[in-house]
Design a protein around this ligand. Structure first.
Ligand SMILES: O=C(O)CCC(=O)C(=O)O
Ligand SMILES: [Fe+2]
Length: 506
């Protein structure tokens, strides 16, 4: 029997029209109920599916794999250390026994730096980064070289602001920076059972400020998985001092050690120090920051004293800060902190090595101390060119705009060792994509005595890769410089390559 709707009009028995109406209304009811049942079923199934996704998502940490917290934000860690087998990455570099990692791993501690110290260090970062800032989501400030993100570029804040930088930073700021570096160095040495004095601070060591603004250039793409030893070369031990709190100051932005099985996350916490050996045993990435602002410092150490850098010093010397290049001659008169930066100081650098903050080896420091060849140099920066023969070769290089690439290489045979382009391209084992590799080659002995060398690769007219000064080893002033060239292999194979050099003497 068909269910009778409550309150349905009574119809006389035997009435054909009434019977048809009754049947039709019963049918309608059935259709409606069926639709309702279907909707309910869909809703229940949808809710179950959403719940399932949520469960899986939370288990995976909303990430690209199963994730476990190595350091949870609410924990206060005395010290947690996990040993992992060392990769072979260190074998291709000079070993320094007692320092180069034999014991590899990662550690986290909330006891190395006090909350008060972290807050003061953060205010240094805030002050410095407020002078500039990337148009995209990731800005850096390197107090060693002065590199500061501005718009889509980096500038040298010491050159730009000159003495006025003393109104921004104080001697106490620099002292604190040194103390913090020292404490982190001691913690790393203790965890890995090495002597702290065998560790040398290396570049780039820099502040980072990350927010959720969309990336504008490759420098803003901090989230790519990378190996610090590959990205930065000189790193043996990497450390991070976090200056803000996950889920309080920002969302997303966890540090992830990438592993088969389960990724391990470090949830940033102000004052938390995370450190690890820099080889591929510690492949890692930073999750995209979803909201808020994340501050941190990357502090890196090398075992190779030749790759060591000094702490930044606040001593005023010839109108500039101590140990910094140039006498501040790029400082525009009347500039004040926060003033817009003139375009000539904005040196574009296509990133050629994927990595944290899109920075290749030594990039922040390099930009600051080694302007790209062809970039406008202020008067005080120009030093007399040495070596007439090289001078001559230089003059024969086509102008940057009309660089004929291979023809430019041919135009300077005394500079480019025979087969150089070929060698570097083939040695890299070209792979598709932006594969940065290194090949070493001696420049002509004509470069002996040269104290400062700037190089850039021009690829197919469109891309320019200024080379980091770190890639140019000058053992001493009288030795032939050894040039370690990062080559974008696939480009060097498929596009014309043009090497442009400029140099200055001591
Ligand atoms: O900020 C972080 O947590 C990591 C940064 C990083 O991986 C790097 O600087 O190499
Ligand atoms: Fe890194």
């Amino acid at each position: 029997m068909a269910p009778q709707r409550r309150g349905a009009p009574k119809v006389p028995e035997g009435s054909g029209a009434a019977e048809r109406r009754r049947q039709s209304s019963t049918k309608k009811d059935r259709v409606q109920q069926e639709a309702l049942r279907r909707r309910l079923k869909t809703a229940v199934l949808g809710a179950c599916a959403a719940l399932g996704v949520l469960l899986v998502w939370s288990h995976m940490g909303g990430d690209d794999g199963v994730t476990e917290a190595l350091a949870h934000r609410s924990e206060v860690l005395l010290g947690r250390f996990i040993e992992v087998p060392c990769s072979e990455d260190y074998d291709s570099h000079r070993r320094f026994e007692g320092c180069t990692p034999r014991k590899c791993g990662r550690g986290v501690s909330d006891m190395v730096i006090t909350g008060e110290e972290a807050a003061r260090v953060r205010s240094i970062a805030e002050k410095g980064l407020s002078l500039g800032g990337s148009d995209g989501g990731a800005s850096i400030l390197d107090l060693h070289s002065g590199a500061l993100s501005v718009g889509k570029h980096f500038v040298n804040l010491y050159r730009y602001f000159g003495d006025k930088i003393q109104t921004v930073f104080s001697e106490e700021d620099f002292q604190l920076y040194r103390d913090v570096r020292q404490k982190v160095q001691l913690a790393i040495a203790e965890a890995f059972g090495i002597s702290a004095s065998s560790l040398h601070l290396t570049k780039p060591t820099f502040f980072s400020r990350i927010n959720s603004t969309q990336a504008q250039t490759a420098h803003d793409e901090y989230w790519h998985a990378h190996v610090d030893k590959v990205t930065y070369g000189s790193f043996d031990y990497t450390s991070l001092l976090y200056l803000s709190n996950y889920l309080e100051d920002f969302g997303g932005g966890r540090f992830v050690f990438m592993e088969e099985g389960a990724n391990k996350t470090v949830e940033p916490r102000a004052g938390r120090v995370s450190f690890f050996t820099s080889g591929s045993e510690n492949l890692h990435r930073v999750e995209k920051v979803l909201w808020g602002t994340r501050y941190a410092i990357t502090i890196a150490f090398t075992c190779n004293p030749d790759h060591g850098i000094a702490d930044p010093a606040f001593t005023v010397k010839k109108g500039s800060l101590g140990a910094l290049p140039g006498p501040g001659s790029l400082q525009p008169s009347g500039s004040v902190p926060g003033a817009p930066l003139p375009p000539e100081y904005s040196l574009d650098r296509p990133a050629h090595t994927p990595g944290a903050l899109g920075l290749g080896p030594g990039q922040p420091g390099d930009v600051a101390s080694t302007p790209a060849p062809g970039a406008a140099l202020a008067k005080g920066d120009q030093q007399p060119l040495l070596q007439p023969s090289l001078d001559h070769a230089w003059s024969r290089l086509p102008a940057r705009e009309e660089c004929g690439c291979r023809s430019a290489v041919r135009a300077s045979p005394s500079i480019i060792p025979p087969g150089f382009v070929q060698d570097t391209a083939t040695q890299q084992g070209a792979q598709p994509g932006f594969e940065a590799g290194r090949a070493s080659s001696s420049l002509s002995t004509a470069l002996q005595g040269v104290s400062h060398l700037q190089l850039a690769l021009h690829l197919d007219h469109s891309a320019q890769v200024p080379l980091a000064s770190e890639n140019i080893l000058m053992p001493d002033q009288n030795a032939t410089p050894i040039v370690l060239l990062p080559i974008i292999a696939v480009m060097s194979l498929h596009h014309d390559l043009c090497l442009v050099l400029s140099w200055t003497g001591s």
